[in-house]
Design a protein around this ligand. Structure first.
Ligand code: F6R
Length: 613
């Protein structure tokens, strides 16, 4: 959470900082700020609450110029969103700090520092970093040494960028538990939480490793590992294109990303399937051997990625016949789970930086050094990719909209491939079955495009949500997980309270919630549970609620009064159906949020990448 950008260059750094912050807003947008070393060698800071545009407006009236600077966009953890809590934090006009992460022992450090005479001007944990470095500088000869000394006191997670007028031509950074990249160019050197922030300036990046510190000047980068030993880190050329992160003709990133799904799914499938086969080697050259030995699958993830994992459980148990458990990472990491021998530990993450998911993987690796881990991830250079034995990229392209859309459907496609790969290695999938599944997957981009064409019908339905405060989503089997994803999307961007239930569970309590003001959205694929679902729909309808049923044409749900039945597809299989039924639910929540007048790409209280606990 929170985004950092900084740099030392030949020209004024401020426009680069503002552009970088805008690209990092997906990480938080409670407040933003920057500090620059001016030509008089003083730290000049500006901060504003809310979006980066507010900071930019202030800077338009009151310019700040300098060649060295650091900036931050915040997602509040310690201290309310306010100007005084916005970063950068400064100690005694001599240390400027931006920080992403949480210093867990900040209260203890704060009372020690108060006893030493340091005054606090914010409620943040970050301010202790500025004071610690200031204190350490008294005993050190360089800013780098002071940062290296100070961080030995910190518990928790951090990536920090530090500047000081005492060392005007330097930025010092440290990384532990939160991401940080260094961007290299012939016009200067830069830092950021994500390469996205700098892609306009450079394609050359160094991805710092856990525990690394670095001393950066305009034309040099010296990196030190967690033991303080000078190291070389590989310089990688980013494949990201600047255009990939532009909104183009779309009103919102979320809308763009919903409509990118046919292409994103094609990209996920490319080189991973032939016309009738899943290539097991797409999971790594050791995958065949490893998958053949797997007796259990444990999936962990958060939010939307967790919902993808729930769908995969149905698929893997049904098709590959391997027992599969799914759990939210924030719970899994703190309990003592029984890890059976020959478990494949699968983490799913769009960003690859979600703190809970990463820590769950680390906890499992600590308990069982031989655990086989696989990550399904959208971010090639992420921590989860680096720390997992096997990785499988979803190739959705950058997802900027806070509400996850194309990441989810490409995760499902990746998990479908995993399911078939496991099933093949366990001799549970016949050639014929494999061909049928691959055929279905290869048709997906076209089917998704067709479903997207139903947008106008969904806009009409969305209008009926204008005055609603609650909604219920129903599905059975894997469609319960899709219903959960539909409810999550509606909650997070339209702020309508939404719950998802397996339709058969309704009569055990939740049916009490149903009245004419609570719309019920049901998913009706044509499968073995269809008749049971139809009975559940009758139970709901007789309580007078407004209903929307997204059905397979072959399901032939008979519309009743107050019920809209929308066929979204025809005769889909168990793998393709959950993916297709996701599309109308994404469009529905997008249009309901628009009708409610919400900021779709920046829903309140949220951030895209949750890199803190
Ligand atoms: C919901 C959403 C979140 C993320 C969750 C995990 O639309 O985006 O629920 O799915 O924070 O993030 P990743 O997948 O990056 O680990």
């Amino acid at each position: 959470m929170c985004g950092i950008v900084g740099g030392i260059c030949q020209n004024n750094i401020t426009p680069i900082l503002i552009d970088g912050l805008k690209r990092l807003e997906y990480r938080g947008y409670d407040s933003a700020g920057l500090v620059v070393l001016t030509s008089d060698n003083v730290l000049q800071r500006t901060r504003a609450t809310g979006r980066v545009a507010n900071l930019e407006n202030i800077l338009n009236l009151q310019e700040i110029n300098g060649t060295t600077g650091i900036a931050h966009t915040r997602w509040a953890t310690h201290g309310e969103p306010s100007t005084k809590n916005a970063h950068p934090h400064i100690c005694n006009n001599n240390i400027g700090v931006v920080h992403n992460g949480i210093i867990e022992n900040f209260l203890q450090l704060k009372s020690q520092q108060q006893a030493q005479g340091y005054r606090f001007s914010s409620d943040t944990d970050t301010e202790v970093i500025a004071h610690s470095i200031h204190q350490a500088l008294k005993e050190c000869n360089t800013l780098l040494e002071a940062v290296q000394k100070a961080i030995t006191d910190f518990q928790g997670a951090y990536s920090v960028g530090v500047i000081s007028p005492t060392y005007p031509k330097h930025i010092v950074v440290a990384r532990s538990g939160s991401p940080l990249v260094i961007g290299l160019s012939d016009k200067g050197n830069f830092i950021a939480s994500d390469q996205l922030a700098l892609i306009n300036i450079t394609k050359q990046f160094i991805f710092l490793k856990e525990g690394d510190t670095a001393d950066i000047t305009e034309d040099s980068v010296d990196i030190f590992d967690k033991n303080g030993v000078k190291v070389e880190r590989e310089v990688k050329t980013s494949k990201l294109q600047n255009g990939q992160i532009a909104k183009g003709n779309y009103a919102h990133y979320m809308q763009k990303e919903i409509f990118e799904q046919p292409q994103a799914i094609s990209n996920t499938l490319e080189s991973r399937v032939t016309k009738d086969k899943v290539l097991v080697s797409a999971f790594g050259h050791k995958a065949k051997d490893l998958f053949s030995k797997v007796k259990h699958v444990q999936i962990i993830a958060c939010g939307t990625s967790y919902n993808a994992g729930l769908v995969a459980k149905y698929w893997i148990e049904d098709i590959a016949k391997i027992p599969t458990h799914v759990e939210v990472a924030s719970e899994y990491r703190y309990r003592n789970p029984v890890i059976l021998d020959d478990t494949l530990f699968v983490s799913i993450s769009q960003s690859g930086e979600t703190a809970d998911t990463l820590e769950a993987l680390r906890a499992v690796k600590k308990r069982n050094k031989n655990i086989q881990s696989l990550v399904i991830c959208n971010s090639a250079e992420s921590s989860l990719i680096r720390e997992s034995k096997l990785s499988f990229l979803t190739y959705a392209g950058p997802e900027i909209g806070v509400a996850s859309t194309k990441a989810f459907t490409t995760q499902l496609v990746s998990l479908a491939l995993l399911c078939v790969a496991l099933g093949k290695c366990h001799k549970q999938v016949s050639k014929q079955q494999e061909k049928a599944i691959v055929d279905g997957l290869n048709h997906l981009p076209g089917l998704v495009a067709k479903t997207l064409n139903q947008e106008n019908q969904i806009i009409a339905l969305a209008k009926t949500f204008e005055d609603k405060y609650n909604a219920l989503f129903l599905g059975r089997g894997s469609m319960h997980a899709i219903a959960m994803e539909g409810a999550l999307k509606l909650k997070e961007i339209s702020y309508i309270h939404a719950e998802a239930y397996p339709a058969g569970e309704l009569k055990h309590g939740p049916i009490a919630l149903i009245d004419k003001n609570t719309p019920v959205i049901a998913i009706a694929p044509n499968n073995e549970l269809l008749d049971k679902l139809k009975s559940n729909l009758q139970e709901v309808k007789s309580r007078g609620s407004q209903m929307i049923v997204f059905e397979d044409e072959a399901s032939k749900v008979v519309p009743m009064q107050g019920m809209s039945v929308i066929p979204v597809t025809n005769n889909l299989g168990r793998i393709t159906a959950p993916i297709i039924f996701t599309i109308p639910l994404q469009l529905l929540s997008y249009h309901v949020a628009l009708i409610k007048g919400n900021d779709v790409d920046h829903p309140r209280n949220l951030a895209k990448s949750v890199t803190v606990e």
